[in-house]
Design a binder for this molecule. Structure first.
Ligand code: DP6
Length: 355
């Protein structure tokens, strides 16, 4: 027999950035973070997992290509081990309730995992976040685990930190926690997606090339060498988490936008403060920052109209109320009339995302 489940998971884009680990095995962060989950169908991971007593070993295909030796993939192993442990516990309970003959020992079967993204991987577009969230969610479905999404977030976190936030829609906080075993480092939903339906995200793919420095390696070097990150961890993020949560609950775009842009700026400042420095933004990214700044200051009422944010790559994500999106697309198209397919980096054709 073969048991099979398929699921999809969305991408999330942080407005308060996770950057730095206090434990790199359990993936425990040095600060809390907060993100918006994007609900575009063009931007998600899809995973099918099969389990069978006939499978000789665990196998993994990523976008159609099989990984040579999954036992070397520590992060995958963490997620498999933890979900199998929960399945084992559940099987014990099932055995008592319905008898061993009616309990399928799925925890003992090897699995075949097939995972696909429909967007560029490793271009700073959070592919590891949706990928690991999807892996853990699909395993939980296959194993019929009787646990909450917050419980699952602690497992997804051990695949990739930002993945813990992709188990929820809407506005999601990853609480850093203080325990050494990671038992309180988990994601919670701050507000569901329909709490703020006017808010939209626009993705400007500046480059879909694989990024230079991976997040994992980059943040390790930052924690090891940057004095500025210590200031960020102690004196900036805790306050920002509170103000951002408030801004979201009140749907205060002015406050939301200001904190989002300031936090992106500070994240790239700590990258520059890393020694040797890490550069994720390029000339196009910086031009987008100038254009959005100009667009905001041209508004007579003083209200902010858009907010930019950049992860570990040059691509921009712009958050704005829906009514401003056509104008923003026009402005971006005017300043950056290129196309990635022509091999130049000046591009528009933004993905249109409803968050
Ligand atoms: C800049 O979650 O990719 O996107 O935990 O090492 O897998 P690992 O790192 P990852 O880092 C994401 C960093 C970021 C900010 C964020 O998403 O909060």
């Amino acid at each position: 027999p073969i048991y099979e489940k398929t699921a999809t998971s969305p991408v999330n884009i942080a407005v308060i950035k996770y950057w730095g680990k206090r434990d790199s095995v359990l993936i425990l962060p040095t600060n809390s973070s907060l993100s918006v989950t994007l609900s575009q169908e063009n931007l998600q991971s899809k995973t099918t997992i099969r389990a069978s007593p006939d499978f000789k070993k665990d196998r993994l295909w990523l976008n159609g290509v099989e990984e040579a030796d999954v036992t070397k993939n520590k992060r995958l192993q963490n997620c498999l081990r933890e979900t199998r442990r929960l399945r084992k516990e559940y099987e014990k309970k099932l055995c008592e309730e319905v008898g061993a003959e009616n309990t399928i020992p799925l925890s003992e079967y090897n699995v075949h995992i097939c995972s696909e993204n429909n967007f560029p991987t490793a271009a700073g577009l959070a592919s590891s976040a949706s990928g690991f969230a999807c892996l853990v969610y699909t395993l939980a479905q296959l194993y019929e685990l009787p646990v909450s999404d917050t419980e699952l977030s602690k497992i997804a976190r051990q695949g990739s930190g930002s993945a813990c936030r992709s188990l929820f829609g809407g506005f999601v906080a990853w609480e850093m926690g203080s325990q050494d075993d990671g038992s309180d480092s988990q994601a919670i939903q701050v507000a569901p997606k329909d709490h703020w339906p006017e808010l939209e995200a626009l993705i400007c793919v500046v480059s879909d090339a694989k990024k230079g420095t991976s997040s994992t390696e980059g943040m390790q070097n930052t924690v090891a060498t940057s004095p500025l990150i210590q200031h960020r961890i102690k004196h900036v993020v805790p306050e920002r988490m509170k103000s951002m949560t408030e801004a979201i609950l009140k749907r205060d775009f002015r406050k939301f936008a200001e904190i989002t842009m300031r936090d992106s700026n500070q994240f790239h400042a700590v990258c520059l403060d890393t020694f040797p420095p890490i550069f994720y933004l390029n000339d196009v990214s910086r031009a987008i920052i100038r254009v959005i700044t100009e667009y905001n200051s041209s508004n007579e009422s003083g209200e902010l109209k858009a907010a930019y944010t950049f992860d570990a790559g040059p691509n921009a994500v712009i958050y704005a109320p829906r009514e401003n999106i056509p104008e923003i697309i026009n402005i971006i198209a005017k300043y950056f009339p290129g196309d990635i397919d022509n091999g130049n980096e000046y591009f528009t054709d933004p993905y249109h995302l409803f968050s």
